[in-house]
Design a protein around this ligand. Structure first.
Ligand SMILES: Cc1cc2nc3c(=O)[nH]c(=O)nc-3n(C[C@H](O)[C@H](O)[C@H](O)COP(=O)(O)OP(=O)(O)OC[C@H]3O[C@@H](n4cnc5c(N)ncnc54)[C@H](O)[C@@H]3O)c2cc1C
Length: 467
């Protein structure tokens, strides 16, 4: 609803504190708080957080109030909540799920039923995730990523609306797709979406799992009086399988009459095709940096699609992969994450993503502010780096030092299993952001060298994805 705010879902001290009031007031007056208030935003929960779920989580939260949550730990209260038709199948294959916006998402695949030993250091899943990563880089992998938030946006004014609320150039025509960002009037990053132009005035807008309601709000509330745009949240209607790896084309070619050759189905395009008789919105894009497709199919037919892919993939040593592998693979490609590297506290300039801003297109929300940020002295800048880590990789939040001075903070990281490097993103004082700068990062009380990199550790020219 327009002009309706909520301050809820926080415990009593924080909810009644002056700070919370201040940032809520900023949000009401300026449309945005000056710091990242994501953990207070009621839209961090969706309709899935019904009474039963909320009750289970509330009890669990109080019971664990003074426990230190460990990386890798799963809390089972209220789960499973949102599942896809593949949930049981994947579990039977060893999938260990994690929860995101109510969804059960495969995190890794246990070959022998053993569970993860949670902790801050590398643990028993390290080698298994390495295998999942290698399968994607060397053969082909498949992952159920149905949890992506999905909207159909259509109507005569849909192109104008989408163009106005996003920073990148719109797709060139039907079949085109772009990665683009939604900004505040101050140029701060509010969302990241992939827009595919399906046909005429119909668009498919994808965003990360946790921003389902924020993106929906933005789409609905940005429509001007008199504009004719229809937005439908189709998140639960479409499942999605990522099929990625050098053998993905050969594999899918066995299941479709569609021409998947590079000139007929290039990188960063989408087509409606049938795969194993299942109608799919096939997009040639992925977050792992390989030749591959996202296949968005009717949820009810997801299992049929998965079985067909799996059966056709035997010759290619197809493997399931999960969210741990995705994190490793995206770190190798230096792909930023919304909520960690991309937040409403910075613009695309600090995030070193100016190439995603079409300064030469017409006006869009946040354009002027982004332009002036580009011309001004920055106070912080994103760097991508390799870390001479010991047995613990960057999770986010670790301080970065130059001598005895703290000059930055890590936002996320992980071990790149194929490039064999521990990788990190950090925001640092811009004077230390040149590639090759050596700084130090503190992990679990110890300092380790951190070297800034000028390009992705894996396939910097994107030859794999374009291939
Ligand atoms: C031990 C403890 C446990 C708690 N547990 C809970 C809990 O479990 N759940 C819960 O809801 N609440 C809890 N509370 C209460 C909760 O932390 C507070 O109600 C809440 O933090 C108040 O928020 P605030 O933003 O108004 O103030 P604060 O969080 O106190 O923020 C005020 C800020 O202003 C800064 N400041 C002060 N003077 C100046 C100045 N002159 N110039 C610049 N900056 C200044 C301070 O450094 C501080 O960062 C707990 C409090 C304590 C002490």
């Amino acid at each position: 609803m327009r002009n309706f705010w909520q301050c809820c879902g926080s415990s009593i001290g924080i909810a009644q504190g002056a700070g919370c009031g201040k940032y809520l007031a900023q949000w009401m007056v300026h449309g945005q708080a000056e710091i990242n208030m994501r953990e207070f935003d009621p839209r961090r929960f969706g309709a899935y957080a019904d009474n039963e779920y909320t009750r289970a989580k509330s009890f669990d939260d109080y019971e664990n109030m003074f426990a230190t949550p460990l990386p890798g730990e799963e809390r089972d209260a209220g789960r499973p909540n949102r599942t896809t038709p593949l949930y049981e199948t994947l579990k039977a294959r060893g999938a260990v799920h994690t929860e995101a916006f109510g969804w059960e998402r495969p995190k890794w695949f246990s070959p022998d039923g053993r569970q993860e030993e949670p902790g801050f250091r590398r643990n028993n899943v390290f080698g298994i995730v390495a295998g999942e990563c290698r399968a994607v880089r060397e053969h082909v992998g498949v992952m159920d990523l149905s949890s992506f938030a999905k909207c159909d946006v259509s109507g005569p004014d849909a192109p104008a609306l989408l163009d106005r609320i996003t920073a990148n150039r719109m797709p060139r025509g039907p079949g085109g797709l772009v990665l683009t960002h939604m900004l505040s009037a101050d140029g701060m990053i509010e969302g990241e979406v992939t827009i595919t132009h399906l046909a005429d005035d119909r668009f498919f807008v994808l965003s990360g799992v946790a921003t389902e309601l924020e993106v929906l709000d933005k789409l609905v509330q940005s429509v001007r009086d008199g504009e004719d745009v229809t937005t439908a949240n189709v998140t639960d209607d479409y499942g999605m399988l990522v099929v990625a790896g050098p053998k993905s084309r050969e594999l899918l070619a066995r299941l479709t009459d569609a021409d998947l050759a590079n000139d007929r189905f290039p990188w960063l395009t989408g087509q409606q095709i049938d795969i194993a008789g299942v109608p799919c919105r096939a997009l040639r894009v992925n977050y792992v940096g390989e030749l591959g497709w996202e296949l968005h199919a009717p949820m009810a037919q997801l299992a049929k699609l998965y079985d067909a892919i799996w059966n056709a993939g035997g010759d290619f040593a197809i493997a399931d992969f999960g969210a741990y592998a995705v994190n490793s693979l995206r770190m190798e490609k230096a792909y930023r994450g919304l909520g960690s590297e991309l937040t409403n506290e910075i613009t695309l300039i600090e995030a070193d993503m100016a190439r995603f801003v079409a300064f030469d297109k017409g006006d869009f929300i946040g354009k002027k502010a982004t332009q002036s940020r580009q011309d001004s002295q920055l106070s912080t800048r994103l760097v991508y780096a390799e870390v001479d880590a010991g047995d613990s990789d960057i999770l986010g939040g670790e301080p970065v030092f130059q001598g005895s001075d703290v000059v930055g903070v890590c936002t996320s990281g992980g071990y790149g299993h194929v490039v064999r490097k521990s990788l990190a993103f950090a925001y640092v004082d811009p004077q230390f952001s040149d590639p090759g700068t050596v700084l130090e990062v503190q992990i679990l009380g110890e300092r380790y060298p951190l070297r800034t990199l000028g390009e992705p550790a894996y396939d910097p020219q994107n030859t794999k994805m374009r291939g």
